[in-house]
Design a protein around this ligand. Structure first.
Ligand code: GFB
Length: 323
């Protein structure tokens, strides 16, 4: 199969364009010679199958990037299993099926590194999928994402269409969710360090033991890799998208304090879950293409903190309930 998909003159629908990943994709796609299609949630609810079919058949995209998802950090995943399983299954199935009905040529589905078994070999190759039990705190989300990538594979096998999947690692950056109950670790520690600095707190509360390791990728790097895949990849297997490097949560916390300029000491809260011990992805398939991330972790955190400060000042970051 010809691996390339020329974006020139194409109509590309970014589903989920208000989210952190979707908005980064829109920024990145603005540099391509294509027309970007988006739709507000008030106009189209992706849980509405008939509505999705109608919208896609009316707007006739040539390509679809499925960046809409119900996402959250470790506690939100654990607390809202129905939302994470049902909403993701429904939204992704509606979009993928409607795309096929409307003869969309290319589709890119986005998953997550949590699709892999809890105790997968490190770094985790793509073929570790479905070789062992999942991490319990995020199995609902992982099951939905595995179903999504399998649905794309099924459409490829049964109908020969160019529907591919990418599995990004833990992402962070502008547009992230800073609500401490639902957020991932980077925005949570950024906000908590910022508040500790502002109020002169002596400690920064870090959930769990600080020992788990995570791989982080700035969302603009992720968007760049995703557009690269959209243009150049047409394989059957999903592709890992990461930085190829991980850090302990304790080290992340210390780096965050330094980026924010906060002198608080790190204090661990063992009543909160650690989640999976490590999930460094094997990114050799992606790196073999020559693609590399542009941001170091520290550089990415500095860029994100600058964005955070700017948006806090403008009152554009709405904090949920802080705990
Ligand atoms: O980012 P996070 O919520 O998600 O947590 P996962 C990563 C690690 O950071 C865990 C620790 O060990 C947390 O205990 N951590 C420390 C904190 N302090 C905090 C804090 O204040 N807030 C948060 N949220 N964590 C998610 C999955 O797993 O990763 C999703 O639940 C998805 O399904 C996503 O796959 C990428 O990396 O553990």
């Amino acid at each position: 199969m010809d691996q390339t998909f020329d974006l020139k003159g194409k109509r590309v629908f970014v589903a989920g364009h208000r989210g952190m990943v979707g908005s980064a994709l829109v920024r990145r796609l603005a540099g391509e010679d294509c027309e970007i299609l988006t739709v507000a949630r008030s106009e189209l609810d992706l849980l509405d199958q008939a509505g999705v079919r109608r919208w896609i058949s009316e707007h006739r995209p040539d390509a679809v990037v499925m960046a809409a998802a119900k996402v959250g950090g470790i506690l939100a995943n654990d607390r809202f299993p129905v939302d994470f399983l049902y909403e993701n299954l429904a939204m992704q199935t509606n979009v993928i099926e409607a795309a096929f009905r409307s003869e969309v040529q290319k589709l890119l589905f986005l998953g997550s590194s949590c699709i892999y078994p809890k105790l997968a070999p490190q770094p985790i190759p793509e073929d570790a999928l479905l070789t062992g039990p999942l991490e319990p705190t995020n199995e609902w989300y992982a099951v939905a994402k595995i179903a999504g990538l399998k649905l794309c594979q099924a459409y490829q096998r049964q109908y020969g269409v160019d529907y591919i999947s990418a599995m990004p690692t833990n992402l962070y950056g502008p547009g992230d969710n800073f609500d401490l109950n639902g957020s991932h670790v980077v925005p949570a520690l950024m906000r908590k360090s910022h508040e500790a600095k502002r109020t002169g707190q002596k400690t920064l509360q870090v959930w769990g033991s600080g020992r788990p390791m995570r791989e982080f990728l700035h969302v603009d790097d992720a968007a760049d890799a995703l557009v690269w895949l959209l243009k150049n990849y047409a394989g059957d297997s999903h592709v890992n998208v990461g930085s190829g490097q991980d850090v302990t949560i304790a080290d992340l916390a210390r780096t965050m304090l330094s980026v924010v300029g906060c002198e608080a000491a790190v204090a661990f809260d063992p009543t909160k879950p650690d989640g999976t011990p490590r999930k460094l992805m094997d990114v050799s398939r992606l790196f073999a293409t020559g693609w590399r991330p542009k941001y170091s972790l520290r550089g990415g955190l500095e860029q994100t903190y600058a964005w955070f400060l700017d948006h806090v000042e403008k009152g554009q970051i709405r904090f949920g309930q802080s705990r």
